[in-house]
Design a protein around this ligand. Structure first.
Ligand code: ADP
Ligand code: MG
Length: 701
């Protein structure tokens, strides 16, 4: 059904098609958003300023409406004589892939256009936009990548940095980069949007840019604290859910937990406990929410609560158990009760190890405020904080620590160097990173050969910066043709860039699972196991049911295949040869492992006489993660990830030989600059052996 005025159809000027009924239905909803009434004022302020800061509570309509307001008001014709056919664009950045996709889809629906045409999105390894695109949602790191080839971001007329309160690493870097671009491009406009911010800090940084506030429409939320600290927050959270469900009036519940495993576990226990209560209580729908969940499962959080069993019976309830992704970007209508145990799983970087890993931390006061706000969207609500009021006042940090303080900056430094920003010390960071972290990043890039001794980007470094991957992985890709195995290294890199491809059922020791594991397992380690899985997937015609039968995640493999294709394009741009090692030859797996070592030589651990592993140069005691597929403990391993949980683990490990260390990375394994340890003594012998072999070779000649 389409609408008409008189006999005329109402035509969508973006694509020349008549508007659908759905467009008008959504339009009615959009008109009720708080931001709708400030459209004119907003456009006025934007018109008079180059930079503008916009603050409004979650759900006021910033992300979905502001770009459309601008689109209606601004002329996107390009002043560039060469690009006459193509309009300029509006960019909206998001810190997360998931929001980038979901929000752009929503806006395409609101504008009644097909996603990928007038409205598109771009995330790492997936570009869903076209020549027609005028509004592009993209992750912040993708905009930074675009700046590498288009330093003045000339294809954009307006850039919107969204969700800046998250202070993601790429957004922080974009702040500094865009400040410079704005000086050189007076026609470009910047809108900085946030759900809450340290106003003074931002206005100080953006040199007095006007602040535009959108008043929210939050209902009051009553906050409850515990009297004593809880010993087990998971158990306390489950108990609180059951109490609310038994004692409180209708309204859905949102519980904040820290990660996939914990959330699945909690969902299971909540369902069981409530089932045990029988008919005394209403029915429930328990829904998990975390970023690696499949999209159709994510959609379940928008479904309504189940109705009561019969009229007059206790009400049904929806119970959403989520990571902090439900904290600001996602609006779930109907939530009345929030349970906040006060923890979040975050990335952390320790420059002394040096490693980046995930760990659970107390949240900030700002986060606690956002979480409680989720209860007051549709009516007055209640928030149960599972910590004491004293702890809230005394222990919680006011703001979440910006990601720039919690990250390995090697990749960022490489990007900045590629952008031509050499003087990192004077770069205009909103919060400058720790000098030690910057130093580590420079050191690592120098060891990898991406920077020379003066800190200048090398030819190798330029090529490495083009790969949207960690520098170790880009390095092994770039040098893989020298080891005659770029095809295999491409597959391994792709597999390392997607979520875990194995689906081992969590509860049982299953014979079929063990057999599947044994089928793919490679004696030399996990990287080669990943390669086996990828090869088997291709040999079985990328078949979804084959994946299912073999406990392999079809979506992960499909996505690895896509990543691989994109990496192949980048290799081709730099004339890097695609070649395969001869699998009949004795050295096939040796070549692959050597190529990996050429990138990973700084992530090596040595087996000590005690039976523990010690990381090379940093002397951290670590264990092989139990998920590894080795049947023995090799003397030397490379590892992909450091994992600090109850023990220090290294994950995704592959067996390598000590001789290769002194052959491939003598600059790093320089013993004059090596801490005293067992590994050093072994290396000394290996160097002696190498010398002896060289001498013998000379004599033979
Ligand atoms: P903000 O950025 O201020 O938090 P948004 O623009 O993201 O607000 O969302 C405004 C409103 O649009 C939400 O309250 C919700 O009702 C609606 N909305 C946003 N995304 C979706 C979606 N994917 N599906 C349905 N409704 C949505
Ligand atoms: Mg938003």
């Amino acid at each position: 059904m389409v609408k008409t005025i008189g006999n005329n159809l109402i035509i969508n000027h973006w694509n020349g098609k008549p508007y659908s009924q759905r467009y008008f239905d959504i339009l009615d909803k959009r008109k009720t958003l708080p931001i709708w009434h400030q459209k004119y004022d907003f456009l006025q302020v934007l018109n008079h300023n180059q930079t503008l800061i916009l603050v409004g509570e979650t759900g006021t309509g910033k992300t979905t409406q502001i770009p459309q307001f601008i689109l209606e008001a601004i002329d996107l014709e390009t002043p560039h004589p060469d690009h006459k056919h193509k309009k300029m664009m509006i960019a909206v950045t998001q810190p997360r892939r998931l929001t980038t996709m979901s929000v752009s889809r929503r806006v395409a629906e609101e504008m009644d256009v097909t996603i990928g045409e007038e409205v598109g999105y771009s995330i790492r390894f997936e570009d869903c936009s076209s020549e027609r695109t005028v509004l592009k949602y993209l992750t912040d790191d993708m905009l930074l990548r675009e700046a590498m080839t288009d330093p003045l971001l000339e294809r954009y007329k307006v850039i919107i940095l969204d969700e800046v309160h998250e202070r993601s690493l790429a957004t922080d870097v974009l702040f500094g980069v865009l400040k410079e671009v704005l000086k050189k491009r007076p026609d470009l406009k910047l809108v900085v949007m946030s759900a809450a911010l340290e106003t003074h800090k931002f206005r100080g940084y953006f040199l007095g840019a006007p602040l535009f506030k959108v008043p929210g429409r939050l209902h009051p939320v009553e906050i409850f604290y515990t009297h004593e600290p809880e010993r087990d927050y998971l158990e306390a959270a489950i108990r609180t859910v059951v109490q609310i469900h038994t004692c409180e009036p209708a309204g859905d519940i949102l519980v904040f937990l820290t990660g996939e495993e914990e959330i699945e576990d909690a969902c299971c226990k909540i369902s069981k406990e409530i089932a045990n209560l029988g008919d005394q209580v209403g029915p429930v729908k328990v829904v998990p929410l975390y970023s690696t969940l499949l999209p159709d499962m994510q959609q379940k959080i928008f479904e309504p609560a189940p109705p009561p069993v019969k009229e007059g019976a206790p009400p049904g309830r929806k119970i959403v158990v989520s990571t902090n992704i439900a904290e600001t970007w996602l609006t779930i209508d109907g939530i009345v009760y929030v349970i906040d145990p006060g923890f979040v799983k975050q990335k952390i970087y320790n420059p002394r190890i040096p490693a980046e890993y995930l760990a659970v931390f107390p949240i900030s006061k700002a986060s606690a405020h956002q979480r409680s706000g989720r209860a007051g969207r549709t009516q007055p609500g209640k928030c149960f904080r599972l910590y004491t009021e004293r702890s809230f006042n005394n222990d919680l940090q006011p703001q979440t620590y910006p990601e720039i303080f919690r990250s390995n900056l090697a990749n960022t430094v490489l990007t900045l160097k590629k952008l031509g920003i050499d003087d990192l010390v004077h770069f205009d960071f909103m919060d400058p990173p720790a000098p030690e972290t910057l130093l580590r990043a420079l050191e690592m890039l120098t060891y990898l050969g991406a920077l020379d001794d003066e800190g200048t980007l090398t030819k190798l470094g330029e090529i490495m910066s083009e790969f949207p991957l960690d520098p170790q992985i880009s390095k092994m890709l770039v040098v893989s043709p020298e080891f005659n195995c770029s095809n295999e290294i491409l597959s391994i890199s792709a597999m390392l860039s997607v979520p875990n491809c194995f689906i081992w059922p969590r509860d049982q020791a299953n014979k079929a699972v063990d057999e599947a594991k044994a089928r793919f397992g490679h004696i030399h380690g996990d990287h080669l196991t990943l390669l086996n899985v990828y090869h088997a997937y291709k040999q079985n015609n990328e078949d979804a049911s084959w994946c299912y039968d073999n406990f392999v995640n079809y979506r992960a493999l499909k996505s690895a295949d896509n990543v691989r294709q994109q990496l192949v394009h980048i290799m081709a741009r730099f004339n890097l040869k695609l070649c395969s090692t001869d699998f009949n030859g004795r050295d096939s797996y040796v070549n692959i492992r050597k190529a990996m070592l050429a990138g990973y030589f700084m992530q090596v651990a040595h087996l000590e006489r005690t039976g523990d592993y010690l990381t090379v140069k940093n002397n951290q005691v670590v264990q092989l993660h139990p998920s590894n597929c080795l049947d023995h403990k090799p003397e030397w391993v490379i590892y992909n990830q450091y994992d600090q949980t109850s023990q220090n683990y290294i994950r995704t490990v592959t067996d390598i030989r000590g001789e290769w260390l002194v052959d491939i990375a003598p600059h790093y394994y320089d013993l004059s600059n090596f801490p005293q340890c067992e590994a050093k003594r072994v290396l000394e012998k290996l160097y002696q052996k190498q010398e002896k072999e060289k001498d013998e070779a000379r004599i033979c000649k």
